[in-house]
Design a protein around this ligand. Structure first.
Ligand code: NZQ
Ligand code: ZN
Length: 388
């Protein structure tokens, strides 16, 4: 196991009717900004519960944070934080709203050009407005981590930043808020955490037995509950398990002391920025192709994954690996996600553009061994084109 330090200060408040608990978590005299997206929280009652819980506190609202949050929008919100003297932000929504609030919190205290927060990957963040979250779409893990992804459409750029200063102070996870999710977002909410686990697990063995078993447990749980969530949208137990899996997949715990990959995510971000696929849709396309192209490098872990997660015990390591990749792809496809570029009406003409964008974002040495060069990314995209 590699050396590591682990730090995660976010308090999780989990369960039905827990939104009321924010009355005790937000400082009593805070000037609060309530930040949210396109209005789903107004339709499903989450907004009303939050307003009731905030009671007499002064609340300034900022709505309209887009899916794949836009830089320009977030800069406007950061200005509102400054002009309204906000000292606590509450994010209510999915990963996009929470990621957006992380950027707003950092940008409101940043003295230079806020775009530097993105181009320097968060290293320039020295202070941020404290914030909490009410999660309504389990998928990204943003509710318990210090990462954020921001889009700047004018540059066709979708870039990540991270800073220990942007962990949420608390996050409320009430599984009943997810009952109103559209089917596509339920599917996304199974695939995104699945791939988060894979990017931290599917590398090479370093003797981190607990991390491996935790990763496998999350994968197996998602394989069980994913289809159930589609079949029974108001099954509390199922929703609760998906929600906790998504948080555990990317709160840092399973990733300590192990090599990490993240090439699927970085290639996927370019697909979203250029062609508007949902984040999880990009992952469903890129992961199977990525595993096939880099099968030899990942063979030991692929064989372990085949045996422990999918129960594939017959054949050589190579055969088990291929069977497990096929099972993974089938799992995504059966949930309802396209797993090839052609399923999103994209053909080989997009590959050069994606590679150019990866190069311009310095995404040229990806993967656990930094050997996913633009040539390897090209091979992955070619493999992802169409059913073979
Ligand atoms: O905007 P509203 O009206 O709230 O509607 C949202 C949005 O249209 C809707 N929604 C959310 N909760 C709902 C609901 N609709 C009905 N009922 C509910 N309970 O769902 C739509 C999508 O929401 P979004 O927040 O965009 O989805 P998701 O949580 O998948 O977040 C995706 C973003 O997170 C980034 C992605 O790149 C993408 O920008 N990621 C963030 C990560 C992190 N911070 O660690 C890691 C991830 O890998 C990912 O990159
Ligand atoms: Zn993701």
């Amino acid at each position: 196991m590699n050396n590591f330090s682990f730090y995660n200060p976010t308090k999780i408040i989990f369960g039905a009717k827990q939104i009321a608990a924010i009355s005790k978590e937000v400082p009593a005299n805070a000037r609060v900004m309530l930040a949210y997206g396109g209005g789903s929280i107004k339709k499903n009652g989450v907004y009303d519960q939050i307003i009731a819980a905030l009671g007499d506190r002064l609340v300034s609202e900022f709505s309209g944070i887009e899916a794949n949050p836009e830089y320009e929008t977030l800069v406007r919100a950061a200005k509102q934080v400054q002009t309204d003297n906000i000292d606590f932000i509450l994010a209510a929504g999915g990963g996009s709203v929470i990621d957006g609030v992380k950027f707003i919190a950092a940008a409101a205290h940043y003295e230079g050009d806020p775009w530097e927060i993105m181009t320097k990957g968060g290293k320039v963040v020295k202070s941020a407005v404290p914030f909490g979250a009410v999660l309504t779409l389990p998928a990204t893990g943003s509710e318990m981590n210090s990462g954020s992804v921001v889009t700047r459409s004018e540059y066709k750029a979708k870039l990540p930043f991270g800073s220990p200063l942007v962990y949420p102070v608390f996050s409320v996870l009430d599984p009943t808020t997810t009952y109103t999710l559209p089917v596509r977002q339920v599917i996304n909410g199974v695939i995104d955490p699945f791939v988060h686990v894979m990017e931290q697990y599917m590398t090479y063995p370093v003797g981190a037995h607990l991390q491996d078993r935790l990763a496998e447990a999350i994968l197996q749980t998602l394989i069980d509950v994913g289809p159930q969530a589609l079949a029974e949208p108001e099954n509390y137990e199922v929703r609760a398990n998906i929600m906790w899996c998504a948080t555990m997949a990317l709160n840092g715990l399973i990733g300590v002391g192990v090599p990490q990959d993240w090439s699927t995510h970085m290639i996927g971000h370019e697909l979203t920025a250029l062609y508007g696929l949902d984040h999880a849709q990009t992952l469903a396309v890129v992961l199977p192709a990525n595993l096939r192209v880099r099968k030899a490098d990942k063979l030991a872990k692929l064989a372990q994954y085949a045996e422990r997660v999918w129960g594939i015990t017959e054949g050589s390591d190579e055969e088990k690996a291929e069977a497990a990749i096929a099972k993974t792809e089938e799992f995504f496809f059966n949930l309802g996600a396209g797993t090839r570029l052609e399923h999103y009406d994209l053909d080989s003409s997009v590959i050069d553009t994606i590679i150019k964008q990866l190069e311009s974002h310095h995404m040229v040495k990806l993967g656990e061994k930094q050997d996913v060069t633009p040539d390897v990314s090209r091979a992955i995209l070619q493999r992802a084109l169409a059913d073979s």
